[in-house]
Design a protein around this ligand. Structure first.
Ligand code: IYR
Length: 219
């Protein structure tokens, strides 16, 4: 017999439109999301970032452990330190760590070791995964949980008209050091957030999505 307590589903969201219409409208917003590497320095309020984190934090997680921390960096000095350390890792990556196929796959994105966006974007949201809860408890489906939270964060930012990038300088341990995070927090993803630069360019090839019937199977 369960010992869980239940309540009626409070405040369930019911769109004004039938699901086909609401889903298509959401897709119209989401299909215009791009990974942006050319940011404007136009400010974004702390309040905005708090709402984005609240949406991310609404994600499901294994046994509802919420095994994430969102460290939101706006301090220019800290951003400078992050950029310096990330570029050092990226220099290593492009010169030695990446194999030929990886470099070939990245060519259409036009990326290199220079990460100007890390000092230009008004916010760097560094997402950490918690290997244990803050009180030492176990966590479950850690990567799935934190990945879901990050996905919701990106969707919330897109909905707010803001640009993001999912940046993964590798290895990312320096983020925990610079941000003074405890040992049970492991860097998961670095998400610059802001407005795209007025002259922002995005890779042409990355526009293309494989057709739906290649990625969706109905049985
Ligand atoms: N982290 C490097 C390389 C890189 C790797 C992947 I996989 C990408 O999709 C994009 C870039 C960089 O940020 O340049």
């Amino acid at each position: 017999m369960t010992t869980a307590a239940f309540v009626p589903y409070p405040d369930r969201y019911v769109p004004d439109q039938p699901p086909e219409v609401a889903a298509a409208a959401f897709h119209e917003v989401m299909r215009r999301r791009r990974s942006v590497r050319m940011f404007s320095d136009r400010p974004v309020s702390r309040e905005t970032i708090e709402w984005l984190v609240r949406s991310a934090h609404s994600a499901p997680s294994g046994a509802n452990k919420q095994p994430w921390r969102f460290v939101c960096v706006q301090d220019p000095f800290i951003k400078g330190r992050i950029r310096e350390a990330a570029e050092a890792e990226e220099r290593e990556f492009y010169a030695r760590r990446a194999n030929e196929e990886w470099l070939r796959d990245l060519a259409p994105l036009g990326t290199d070791e220079t990460k100007e966006f890390l000092t230009i974007a008004p916010w760097l949201v560094v997402v950490f995964q918690l290997t244990h809860t803050d009180d030492g408890g176990q966590v479950y489906y850690l990567k799935e949980s934190v990945g879901l939270a990050c996905g919701l964060f990106l969707a919330a930012a897109q909905h707010a008209g803001l640009a993001t990038l999912t940046h993964t300088p590798s290895p990312m341990a320096f983020l925990g050091d610079i941000l003074g995070r405890p040992k049970h927090e492991r860097p998961f993803l670095l998400i610059p957030v802001g407005y795209p630069a007025d002259d922002c360019l995005v890779p042409a090839k990355a526009l293309l999505r494989r057709p739906l019937d290649e990625v969706m199977v109905v049985v």
